[in-house]
Design a protein around this ligand. Sequence first.
Ligand SMILES: [Zn+2]
Length: 135
Amino acid sequence: MVSNRFLRSLANLPATAVAATSVLIAGGKCGYSPGHGLFVCEGSPLAQQGGTTVGDVFLTNEISKDEVLDGTANSEALLSHETRHAAQWAGHGNLLYPILYGVEALKSTVLTGSYGCANWFEFDAGMQEGRYSSC
Ligand SMILES: [Zn+2]
């Protein structure tokens, strides 16, 4: 039987490859969260704000991959949030998802001044888990 995680990883493979390549070129480092099926990497120029999930890769920005993976950043909820973004990538596709996310981010920025506060994808992934405490 094929697992949902396997199907997600297969669907996200192009975006995962782009994210991994960005880390490789920048000389960053990665680890893996087996509980979430998510690579956690630092050093990518694609990482924005607190971090960005591209395919099955969470690109950290303000905290290190080690702090995320060993839990010192109290990161279990954050990893769940980013895993939900990985599922959103798989559900919408590697070309459509970034466009739809960008539209939501733009709408949210116009309405609230924050790319995340009125962003459906952030709401769906969990605002509290994504650390949108100022919304
Ligand atoms: Zn998020």
